[in-house]
Design a protein around this ligand. Structure first.
Ligand code: TGC
Ligand code: FAD
Length: 392
């Protein structure tokens, strides 16, 4: 891949809205991505391999549990710092950001919010330091958009629980040390349960042949009469609302993250358009190319303002699920459009791994589907504004 010349767009001087700490965190993450992710990521994506060696560095920049309190090993930062980190990491690659989203919002957050004090002390510091990597099991082969229908279940055997079922499409599954798994008890009530690698009957086969998120490992979580100690049940909350509240946090991070991918595509296309000569002129001098670039920076700027405001609301505890859905949906939609336009600006070069655009575009096809599909987020907005859920 060509060297990383990324210059972040800030057309509306949005940096003025950020505090000093936000800018420090953002710049430190940006520098780390330039040094550690950009030089290697294309190769790992081509090989369809997760760059495991990045785990230590991700932990050191605070990307595992940015908003989890320091007493549990987290970075104790606010939601805008968390968002900016996800923006910078996804600017490098959506798959690397996925690992951070899962670790922070789908594994550390439920243990922090719904775990016992013993569970917090046992798992959170190891997850924050990268000693443990986690996975989040909600989706099943027959229940994706509709997780309430899940069939994974556990029975109370007196001194332990017996877990059966399967989860599919699980990020980090093939090498995760622990998984936060959502399963129904005998009354059909959903609970979170921590399953550890090595428990008998627990396997994690890898999902191969992905054209998207190739630098992130995806797999299944299969439970065949797994004996889980009773102390591994998350005691703090039951019902579908528990996993959905974790999704709020991860979707919020994706709303920032997808903008990072969009910024990278825009910046790459702008630089290329100014350098590439056709008909004796830089292609940036042609109105058709300027239209594409002008529309990209307009959408990025609107997206930046949206996620910044959402971050303020989230810091105040006022961000709603529907507001988060709108931002996730908007950021991914504009990022996909920008990636497609940017690729065209690069002509044939746009399809090569010499540039990041095609990788971003393929990654975003997962991002538009996971954490709630594009349709589901539109329906969440629809239900919110009309008061009439149209999911079924
Ligand atoms: P519904 O009846 O609306 O709600 C069920 C219960 O949950 C409560 N609730 C929430 N609580 C907290 N936070 C939220 N965001 C909540 N949303 C709903 C709700 O009040 C209710 O509580 P109660 O007490 O009345 O029972 O549920 P529904 O079954 O109608 O479903 C609604 C729908 C379709 C929006 C929901 O199921 C949904 O969001 N589906 C999409 C599934 C999804 O996003 N899956 C993601 C899997 S994880 C993943 O993709 C990780 S990728 C990671 C990476 O690599 O980055
Ligand atoms: P389906 O739910 O079958 O949807 C298929 C199509 O039907 C979609 O277009 C959808 O929008 C549409 N549709 C569904 N319901 C409706 C409706 N009511 N109205 C209108 N249209 C509808 N899950 C986890 O639990 N943990 C993970 O770590 C994780 N990581 C993932 C990583 C990757 C790379 C991918 C691709 C997925 C991951 N997922 C994970 C799963 C992801 O959350 C699901 O793929 C997603 O929720 C959609 O479920 P589905 O694929 O079963 O699609």
């Amino acid at each position: 891949m060509a060297s990383d010349l990324f210059e972040a767009p800030d057309y509306y001087q949005i940096d003025d809205l950020l505090q000093e700490e936000h800018i420090l965190v953002r710049n430190a993450t940006r520098d780390w991505v330039k040094k550690e992710v950009s030089p290697i990521i294309e190769d790992y994506a081509q090989k369809a391999e997760f760059p495991k060696h990045l785990i230590k560095g991700l932990a050191e920049v605070g990307a595992f549990g940015p908003y989890i309190p320091e007493e549990y090993g987290g970075a104790g930062l606010d939601q805008i710092s968390y968002g900016l980190m996800m923006q910078e990491i996804e600017r490098g690659d959506s798959g690397v950001r996925s690992t951070c989203s899962v670790q922070s919002s789908l594994v550390m957050y439920p243990i922090f919010a719904y775990g016992s004090e013993e569970q917090r002390k046992k798992y959170l510091p190891k997850l924050a330091s990268g000693e443990f990597l986690g996975a989040f099991g909600l989706t099943e082969p027959n229940h994706g958009s509709n997780p309430s229908g899940m069939t994974t279940n556990y029975k109370d055997m007196g001194d332990h629980y017996l877990l059966n079922g399967a989860k599919m499409w699980i990020s980090n599954a093939p090498f995760a040390d622990i998984a936060v798994v959502w399963a129904k008890n005998e009354e059909g009530r959903i609970h979170g349960i921590i399953v550890e690698r090595g428990m008998e009957g627990f396997t994690t086969p890898e999902t191969h042949n992905k054209w998207s998120l190739r630098a992130s490992a995806t797999g299944e979580l299969v439970f065949d009469n797994v004996k889980v100690p009773k102390e591994n049940l998350l005691p703090g909350r039951s019902g579908l609302g528990a996993p959905l509240s974790c999704l709020d946090s991860a979707r919020y991070g994706i709303a920032w993250g997808a903008l990072g991918a969009a910024m990278d595509c825009y910046d790459t296309a702008l630089r290329y358009a100014k350098e590439r000569i056709q008909f004796g002129k830089p292609i940036a001098s042609f109105q058709l190319q300027q239209k594409k670039l002008a529309e990209m920076i307009t959408e990025i700027t609107k997206g930046q303002l949206l996620v910044w405001r959402l971050g303020v609301l989230k810091n105040e505890g006022r961000a709603t699920t529907a507001q988060i859905s709108m931002a996730k949906r908007n950021s991914v939609e504009i990022a996909l459009k920008i990636a497609r336009e940017a690729r065209q600006i690069l002509g044939g070069m746009g399809i090569t791994g010499d540039y990041s655009i095609m990788r971003h575009m393929m990654n975003l096809e997962s991002v538009v589907t996971y954490e709630g599909t594009h349709d589901i987020h539109l329906l969440i907005t629809g239900a919110d504004i009309t008061g009439i859920p149209a999911f079924q």
